[in-house]
Design a protein around this ligand. Structure first.
Ligand code: FA5
Length: 346
């Protein structure tokens, strides 16, 4: 067979193949078409059988023409399949994504309302020179009660429903006052600290939670008197609730302070007229405080003739419930419902 004729036929077959490729719409159809040309019985395959009849001196040229034709076919197949995949992806994207829709901002976290209030309160005290102190949530009976002047059989222990780990030995701290003891034992005098943290009691109702947060404050130095306590607490209350808030100091009892007081603010909702929130009294209790009992000072090795101090403790949850109107249950702070928490983004 004339080599020229073979080469011309090959070119024709290649052109035919490339033209038919345009009409194929599936990968299988493309593969079938490829087989119809390149398999042994395919159009190119059959033509190749004529290679044996070509003069040996011309076989090289004809052989190269076959290789080139096969390469062209294989390459067009790859391109056609790539094109199919690309078109399928585009069709999927067009059907599933509307690029004209406005974007969705990624969700951003923010501080929990109790953390916000806690930081605000701590800021007020650090601006008055208080240092931040910490202690463990699992405490010893010694630090939670004994060193705070609660004798073993003292009825004051019943004031706080304790969650004991080992009765009489270890417990979940019921208040932040053990940090007073730790601070006086660990720090040089004068001691001036605030201790924020979680405390635990067997309490459970709309205004009492089994876990809640307190901030304790302590100042021990020479010549500290009740006037200092009043000045510091009034400054704190004015900064948190506003300069015009009325405050009231009532005599009270805590085993570790003498004298002891409870501090109220005039109800910020009814301004003292009496409402549901203040149980018609016009006042809301905010914190407990007093002058550190000399027994407590002596118990940690501080000379109570030379040094005196004051301490106070407040419930962070209570302050947060007052600052943010309409929080009817303390539980809302602990349920982590994003619809509630969203209100406190700032
Ligand atoms: C004490 O815990 C004292 N350690 C405070 C203190 C410190 C007094 C230093 C004197 C000197 P009390 O038990 O009253 O006191 O608790 C303090 C505050 O914690 C309360 O005024 C209240 O706001 C809050 N509180 C008490 N129990 C709960 C509870 N179950 N859930 C939420 N808040 C509570």
């Amino acid at each position: 067979m004339d080599p020229k004729e073979i080469i011309e036929q090959l070119q024709l077959l290649t052109q035919q193949f490339v033209a038919s490729l345009q009409n194929q719409s599936t990968e299988q159809a493309i593969r079938d078409l490829q087989a119809a040309y390149l398999s042994k019985k395919g159009k190119v395959g059959e033509l190749q059988t004529s290679l044996g009849q070509v003069e040996p001196s011309q076989r090289k040229e004809v052989g190269q023409a076959f290789n080139k034709a096969k390469q062209t076919i294989v390459q067009s197949v790859t391109e056609a399949i790539d094109g199919l995949v690309k078109r399928a992806e585009e069709a999927y994207l067009n059907a599933h994504f509307d690029v004209t829709l406005p974007g969705r901002a990624p969700a951003q976290g923010h501080m929990h309302p109790l953390s916000i209030v806690m930081y605000d309160i701590v800021d007020v005290f650090t601006s008055m020179g208080f240092d931040v102190a910490q202690g463990p949530e699992i405490e010893t009976d010694e630090y939670n009660f004994a060193k705070l002047n609660f004798p073993d059989d003292h009825p004051a222990r019943d004031m706080q429903d304790t969650l004991f780990i080992e009765e009489g030995k270890t417990l979940l701290r019921t208040h932040m006052s053990p940090v007073q003891i730790r601070s006086m034992l660990e720090r040089p005098l004068p001691v001036q600290v605030v201790a924020p943290g979680a405390v635990f009691r067997r309490d459970d109702d709309p205004t009492h939670s089994p876990m809640f947060f307190q901030i304790e404050g302590l100042l021990v130095d020479k010549g500290i008197h009740f006037g200092h306590l009043k000045g510091v607490l009034n400054t704190f209350l004015y900064q948190i609730f506003g300069e015009d808030v009325q405050t009231r100091f009532r005599p009270s009892f805590f085993p570790f302070t003498e004298p002891s007081v409870e501090v109220d603010i005039q109800c910020i909702y009814c301004k003292g007229k009496g409402c549901r929130l203040c149980s018609q009294t016009g006042w809301i209790e905010i914190l407990g405080a007093g002058m550190v009992d000399p027994n407590v000072l002596e118990g940690v090795g501080i000379d109570s003739e030379m040094y005196s101090g004051f301490a106070f403790g407040l419930g962070v949850d209570r302050v947060a419930m007052l600052k943010y109107e309409g929080i009817t249950s303390i539980k809302l702070f602990y349920e982590n419902d994003p619809r509630f928490l969203e209100r406190f983004r700032r």
